[in-house]
Design a protein around this ligand. Structure first.
Ligand code: FES
Length: 350
């Protein structure tokens, strides 16, 4: 009987070398078990039909999405936008689900399920390896049965060929639409536009704003053009750009740049609510610290110090709306924002 070699490792532990008796044979692959579709032509046809149906669902989903995109009108209401988004989302979901489930069902029921072992080889690809790869690809195509299953081939090609339309058509429609990025440079605010509460639209008197309070503010509807007033389609876009967060601070804590000293009124400051990172609404105001937090990626702006970024991925302060009061004591804008609102992307296109 062989005595195992015992050596002492540098750690001081004894190590016993393996003997031939310690090795075991490669168990190999388990025997292949035929699936129902491998043995029964009827089951095979049934599986093929099921796969075709799944890809057909994708085709229907894509076509429905385009029909919804062009036929469900955007009536300018939030409910209308939600309805269209819901319908588009459902159609897109079916378009993707059909392709996904169809591919999985096809692979599980019809494609060859023989396990294949690939032996290790040199990393460098030899010409014969490439030939083998091409041959394997050809064998895979043959194995998938797509060459001889005409209907399945048609369903797969239709689903895959049509699906890009679900993305391309809305994109092309938008490109054909209004891509004037100049519209992002201006908002509804003009000299004398009163600040009103969102969503009631009530104009705000400076005397009603107490220290520490924060208001979500929109332009007063009587002061803006009729075609973009609340209830119109244009209002949705314009409100999204013009929305402001207004805060009253103790004037003693307010740090204002020299050239902005007259942009506030008695401690009341107004800043765009659109985060300069990627455009989420910045709405969480913390009275104690004067910090304004964006819920999306936690960019934090100091309202007492020009809405400068104190934390997070945003790269520039929130644009400030210069404000004052009119003869009746209502808060009004002095002008539009003097820089583009929203993500810094627009600023770079100056
Ligand atoms: S959108 Fe506000 S931090 Fe990202």
């Amino acid at each position: 009987m062989n005595t195992p070699d015992v050596t002492t490792h540098e750690t001081g532990r004894e190590v016993t070398a393996a003997t031939p008796a310690d090795t075991f044979a490669d168990p190999g692959l388990p025997d292949h078990k035929d699936r129902l579709a491998d043995k029964d032509p009827k089951a095979s046809r049934r599986a093929e039909l099921q796969t075709v149906i799944l890809f057909a669902i994708s085709v229907i989903g894509t076509i429905s999405m385009m029909i919804v995109f062009f036929t469900v009108p955007l009536d300018g209401t939030t409910a209308g936008v939600r309805t269209q988004n819901l319908a588009l989302g459902l159609c897109l979901g079916f378009a993707l689900l059909g392709i996904g489930l169809g591919a999985v069902h096809w692979a599980k029921t019809l494609m060859s399920d023989h396990e294949v072992v690939e032996e290790r080889h040199n990393v460098a690809t030899e010409p014969e390896d490439r030939e083998q790869a091409v041959a394997a690809l050809a064998a895979g195509v043959k194995d998938s049965g797509i060459a001889r299953r005409g209907i399945l081939k048609g369903a797969v090609v239709s689903a895959l060929a049509l699906f890009p339309l679900a993305i391309a058509v809305p994109l092309v429609a938008e490109v054909g639409g209004d891509w004037n990025i100049g519209k992002f440079r201006h908002t509804l605010w003009r000299r004398g536009t009163r600040l009103a509460t969102d969503p009631t639209g009530r104009p705000i008197k400076a005397s009603d704003v107490t220290i520490g309070s924060a208001y979500h503010v929109i332009p007063y509807q009587e002061d803006i053009p009729e075609d973009v007033r609340p209830g119109t389609h244009g209002w949705i876009d314009e409100k999204a750009k013009a929305i402001v967060l207004m805060v009253r601070l103790d004037p003693a804590v307010l740090k204002e740049a020299e050239d902005r000293k007259d942009w506030s009124h008695d401690g009341i400051v107004a800043y765009s609510k659109i985060c300069t990172h990627v455009g989420c609404p910045v709405a969480l105001y913390e009275q104690q610290t004067h910090h304004l937090l964006c819920p999306c990626h936690q960019s934090t702006f100091d309202v007492a110090d020009g809405a400068k970024v104190v934390f997070g991925p945003a790269k520039r302060p929130l644009p400030q709306l210069p404000i004052t009061v009119d003869d009746e004591g209502y808060l009004v804008a002095q002008s539009d924002f003097l820089e583009p609102v929203g993500p810094s992307f627009w600023e770079r296109l100056k």
